[in-house]
Design a binder for this molecule. Structure first.
Ligand code: NAP
Length: 312
């Protein structure tokens, strides 16, 4: 096996994403020693039972000591506090990164706590499931998925290259863009779709004329896919919406206009226009399959069990 990209890696947070990084780094040899911290003793003990790392630390500052790379794998709203707690112990020359689904807000929260000589390279692996916690992690999560790096202007290119190599080693395809652009792209591809899922499942729950048991019984008509997405972690998603407010509101405004236009087409019986619209959107699905980001088979998230359909 080739040398590890990072002889010592520290993971702050060990839920779905942290555990998957730990397992993938071990499987591929992308990291040597993996040091783990989690906020609660319960999660930390579970990580140890699962054998996810090499050392386990209740103090985050201890976990990052001597680490060549530190990755925060916690809800985006907690990034600033976490960076503050570890900053004094970061090794000069180390890379500090994260996996947050929102980038501008994470950069604003973390940047004030990054010491001179430490390289800050924010990242977002666009891969996930609706499950949470260390038990949900699996080594293949990032295989053939994108990891987007959003280094602030002036970041050391060597550090960006090393982090990029790490993500490639654990299976991801890496792309670099600005944090602002990332937040707009993800607002339409991930954040607004999740909001729609949360909303439609909520609407069905509140109906008086259709019973709960009918909703369950006939859910294969499309509703079932929404329920999977709407089962995603409430803390994580609360933080995503609060921290990507502007981009989400911008995309939601456009979405609402388009929905109103569709509503009018239905009201006035404009079948040809509805058909044209649906025929165009079908091409998007074909494009996703052609890009290798989905298979032809309609699995509705079931057979694999570990689908990436609910990536944050
Ligand atoms: P998760 O499975 O729920 O794990 C969360 C981890 O963060 C746990 O170690 C938890 O510690 C810790 N944590 C929770 N609240 C905290 C707080 N206030 N302060 C410090 N630590 C806290 O979450 P995840 O799915 O791995 O998501 C982690 C990050 O990855 C998020 O920023 C999310 O945006 C991003 N992400 C998620 C996905 C996805 O689909 N899930 C995809 C890409 C990126 P305890 O259990 O000890 O409390």
């Amino acid at each position: 096996m080739t040398d590890p990209v990072f002889p010592r890696l520290a993971l702050i947070g060990i839920g779905l994403i942290g555990a998957s990084i730990a397992l993938a780094a071990r499987k591929t040899g992308a990291a040597g020693h993996v040091a783990i911290h989690s906020r609660t003793g319960r999660t930390l003990r579970r990580a140890e039972e699962l054998g996810l790392g090499d050392s386990y630390h209740s103090d985050p500052a201890e976990a990052v000591r001597d680490a060549d790379c530190v990755i925060l794998c916690i809800p985006v709203g907690a990034s600033g506090e976490a960076a503050k707690a570890i900053s004094a112990n970061l090794k000069p020359g180390a890379i500090i990164s994260d996996v947050g689904s929102v980038k501008s807000s994470v950069i604003a929260q973390m940047a004030p706590h990054i010491p001179e000589g430490v390289h800050f390279v924010p990242a977002h692996p666009v891969a996930g499931t609706e499950y949470s916690g260390p038990d949900a992690g699996f080594a293949e999560l990032f295989e053939n998925r994108w990891c987007i790096l959003t280094p602030p202007p002036g970041t050391d290119p060597d550090a960006v290259e090393r982090l990029s190599e790490f993500w490639s080693r654990i299976g991801a395809n890496v792309e670099t863009m600005t944090a602002e652009h990332h937040d707009l792209v993800l607002a339409i591809t991930s954040h607004v779709p999740h909001l729609i899922a949360y909303n439609i499942v909520g609407t069905a729950e509140d109906l008086e004329t259709v019973t709960q048991s009918e909703v369950m019984k006939f859910s294969a008509g499309g509703f079932r896919d929404f329920t999977r997405i709407a089962a995603s972690d409430p803390t994580m998603w609360r933080d995503i919406f609060l921290n990507n407010k502007e981009a989400v509101l911008e995309m939601l405004g456009r979405f609402t206009e388009d929905l109103t236009a569709l509503q009018r087409l239905i009201r006035y019986g404009e079948g040809d226009k509805l058909y044209d619209r649906f025929a165009r959107t079908r091409e998007i699905r074909r494009g996703i399959i052609a890009a290798g980001q989905e298979t032809e088979a309609a699995d509705f998230g079931r057979p694999h069990g570990k689908g990436d359909d609910a990536a944050g």
